[in-house]
Ligand binder design. Structure first.
Ligand code: ADP
Ligand code: ZN
Ligand code: ZN
Length: 787
């Protein structure tokens, strides 16, 4: 049973004696990092607080006032009696008139807390936007109303100003009986000061009420081209829709994977499915990866549905609060948003759609480290709703679930709508691209790509260039014989890591000579020392990486007349981003260059060329998902080209043309890629066959960290053997980046035969006393990478 830990932890001397305070006893969760719940009395004079409401409570030895979410009201007499004996502290205030979270969301929070090994208070905290908790954007306004029984008094009015005021109010109430007018607006239109109004109040002809009004700008971007045409679904779309409609009708939980190549009409299916749900009196949530990608999509949905709410990170506080409140008050039938919109307080949920379900950005990288897709599936199951996962390149996890889980169904849209051809894919081998050029230096744009770019410009068409500069991307390579270091256990190329003491280096550039270090295999995690000279031909090995602004500079040099804009998620706030997209769609920009945020969701019919500057950047992250990401990236970007009758071409620049992920992506052969990749994952006991968890520890002092890690290892091992769990424990291992911000890092990788056995492990773990020495420790369940 949860008890007031403040007492057991801090002694009893400073606890006010409230044993005779009468009131409800509530069990609350605090956002302090404490992994237990606490009981408080809510004194009667404060009113009643129920589950999902926040209360203010004194916490800890100093009785600091903190906000806490009520998880449940204790109403079992026996338990109340037990609680009373603990001399509970009493809450100081009730912070919400209405619960912020309903029963379903509280259940979801409890699941997240348990599954993702995160204190419940922190989950609650993440579920409700800060702007809502602080009630941002709410202003007090004075509204003037005409009293209904004031008619008889009107004749007594002598003042002209007073008469004018009354006339204006009469006009307003003729439209709507209980409509009032905001005070300053009323005075302005009557052209008078407050004096006459005060007189009217005194005569009881009008009344003034204070009202809380939420002020926020609308959130739907405008000015982007959208098509309003009615489309007739093709057979594949219709089949998919029929299935989903049946599921929604049955009000049973189920998941369908809508696997359709880019431009196969997935979004159209989502829209129809949402219409079905609304017709049945249900509501829908649609999640999209990073909202910045979705200006067009947001607009497309907004034009198709009347009551849409939008939640994403670019909203201002008041906007977010207003959107959230409109959902809470059942004024939105459709909620569109990024990852955290899965916590929107929607009632009567009938359908959840996760677009681009394979996207890594659905995983939150701070506490609680949940995966938006998996939480969505859980929420759908709690609500008895249907969940559609859509993608052109579904994740291995979802494909695997379709094979092994009964409630998963695979729906396919194999063709582009209106039989648009897939774009032509061209491979550029960057190792020979510059063989006959005189300038040695750094080139990001091959002669082939450059030539095609100038043709596109001549034809007044447009191009998108993709430079993926996220993460770091150094791999080791011999420029003369093309040898690259490979793992002795697995058939993968190793990634170069500098030794920690050599870490203060400049921005990595192409062709720098190495100074020593080691290479890591991202499948089996084995390390190899890197030779300075190529083991095959004895020439110096080099490291390859990319800088981002170089691309812009190079374009200016090579295509001086092109109008180029760079777009990347860090550098660009919402409105700027919309502006650039608008300019691009109005053809005021010829070449749009940017990070992978350009790879998704955009639709520009005049784009006939897409260039992937380096297809290799994701490939050589020391991570087991990097092949999958590379394949996804190339396919997604390719989908941006040729979305109209004009034929599209895609250039894929790579130093590793024979790499399977690149070969399969160029051939557009998803099936073979998946088969091969699954084989590999199974052989290495990796997801989706195994479930993974990472326990990451960090500390400024390396000795303390290793001592703590040793304690951790002993504890994890003892639980695994005591419970007889099918889990492989590896570590402590130094992660790819051994030190971040002066914090040394070590991690354990756990591979479990099932989610259940990992769950058991962490449940036991949480019940035990804290480890000594204490260092910062994080648990990441189903990590998207092992960096
Ligand atoms: P996806 O989400 O798979 O990329 P969309 O649903 O966005 O595909 O469809 C791509 C384009 O084709 C959109 O402009 C859409 O309006 C149009 N479209 C979708 N389905 C059809 C159809 N059955 N017939 C004609 N056009 C369609
Ligand atoms: Zn060599
Ligand atoms: Zn290996």
């Amino acid at each position: 049973m949860a008890k007031d830990k403040t007492k057991s932890l801090f002694g009893t001397d400073d606890i006010e004696d409230v044993s005779n305070v009468s009131g409800r006893i509530v069990r609350v969760a605090l956002d302090t990092g404490a992994d237990s719940l606490f009981d408080y009395v809510v004194p009667e004079f404060l009113g009643t607080a129920g589950a999902g409401q926040r209360v203010q409570v004194p916490f800890g030895r100093a009785n600091k006032l903190k906000q806490a979410f009520v998880v449940q009201v204790i109403d079992d007499p026996e338990e109340i009696e037990k609680c009373r004996r603990f001399k509970l502290k009493s809450a100081k205030a009730i912070l919400d008139e209405q619960p912020l979270l309903d029963e379903e969301l509280i259940k979801l929070a409890q699941w997240i807390s348990q599954y993702y090994v995160c204190p419940l208070g922190q989950v609650f905290s993440a579920m409700v936007p800060g702007a809502v908790k602080r009630d941002v954007g709410v202003k007090k306004q004075s509204i003037v109303y005409l009293k209904p029984d004031a008619e008889s008094l009107l004749e007594t009015l002598s003042s002209k100003k007073q008469k004018t005021l009354v006339e204006i109010l009469q006009q307003a109430s003729a439209v709507d009986m209980d409509s009032g007018i905001e005070k300053s607006a009323l005075l302005e239109s009557a052209g008078c000061t407050e004096g006459p109004l005060k007189q009217l109040v005194r005569k009881e002809i009008v009344k003034i009420e204070k009202k809380q009004v939420l002020h926020a700008l609308p959130v739907v971007p405008n000015g982007l081209a959208t098509e309003a045409k009615e489309v007739v679904l093709n057979d594949d779309q219709q089949k998919a829709l029929d299935f989903v409609t049946k599921e929604i009708n049955q009000k049973d939980f189920g998941v369908s994977l809508l696997h359709g190549v880019t431009d196969s009409g997935k979004t159209e299916v989502y829209i129809r499915a949402i219409e079905t749900a609304i017709e049945m009196g249900k509501r829908a949530v649609i999640l999209l990866p990073e909202i910045a990608l979705t200006a067009q999509t947001v607009q497309r949905f907004s034009s198709r549905f009347e009551n849409v709410a939008i939640l994403h990170s670019q909203l201002s506080g008041p906007q977010r609060n207003a959107q959230w409140q409109s959902i809470k008050n059942n004024r939105a039938d459709v909620v569109i948003g990024a990852r955290s919109a899965i916590f929107a307080p929607v009632s009567d949920l009938g359908l959840i759609v996760i677009d681009e379900e394979h996207e890594g950005s659905y995983k939150q990288d701070t506490v609680p480290r949940y995966h938006g897709r998996d939480v969505a599936i859980k929420r759908a199951s709690l609500a008895g709703a249907h969940c559609i996962l859509g993608s052109a390149t579904p994740s291995l996890e979802t494909l695997y679930n379709c094979k092994i889980k009964k409630h998963y169904t695979l729906l396919q849209l194999p063709k582009r709508v209106m039989d648009l051809p897939m774009p032509e894919m061209k491979l550029v081998d960057m190792t020979c691209a510059f063989a006959d050029t005189e300038h040695k230096g750094v080139h990001l744009i091959s002669p082939q790509l450059r030539e095609h770019l100038s043709k596109v410009l001549e034809r007044k068409e447009q191009a998108i260039l993709l430079l993926n500069r996220r993460g770091y991307s150094n791999f080791v390579y011999c420029p003369s014989c093309r040898h690259s270091l490979t793992c002795r256990n697995c058939d993968v190329t190793l990634t170069f890591h500098k030794k920690p003491q050599l870490e203060n280096r400049k921005e990595t550039i192409l062709g720098r000579h190495m100074v020593g270090g080691y290479a890591i295999c991202h499948y089996c995690l084995s390390k190899t020392l890197v030779p300075k000279q190529c083991p095959l031909c004895s020439k110096n090995m080099t490291m390859i990486g990319l800088g981002s602004q170089r691309l812009e500079e190079e374009l200016a040099r090579k295509l001086p007349r092109a109008r180029v804009r760079r777009i990347d998620s860090d550098a660009m706030a919402g409105q700027d981003y919309y502006d650039v997209l608008r300019d691009f769609s109005n053809q005021k920009i010829d070449i749009l260059a940017g990070t992978q945020m350009l790879a998704k969701g955009l639709h520009f019919p005049n784009v006939t060329l897409v260039g992937i500057i380096s297809a290799d950047t994701a490939l050589f992250l020391p991570d087991f998902r990097s092949n999958e990401r590379t394949f996804q990236l190339i396919s997604q970007v390719a989908g941006r080209a040729g979305r109209s009758e004009k034929k599209g071409t895609v250039y894929v620049q790579t130093f590793f043309p024979q790499h399977p992920a690149i070969e399969y992506a160029l051939r557009n052969d998803f099936k073979s890629f998946i088969e091969k990749e699954l084989e590999h994952r199974q052989a290495c006991c990796l997801p989706p066959f195994y479930r993974m968890a990472i326990v990451a520890m960090r500390d400024g002092k390396f000795d303390r960290l290793t001592a703590a890690a040793e304690q951790m290892r002993l504890r994890l091992e003892s639980i695994i053997s005591a419970e007889n769990l099918e889990i492989t424990l590896r570590g402590p291992l130094e992660p790819a980046i051994g030190r971040i911000q002066r914090q040394h890092r070590l991690q354990f990788i756990l591979q479990g035969k099932s989610a259940v056995c990992l769950q058991k492990l962490f449940e036991r773990f949480r019940g035990m006393a804290p480890l000594r020495p204490a260092v910062q420790t994080q648990v990441d369940i189903d990590p998207i990478g092992v960096l």
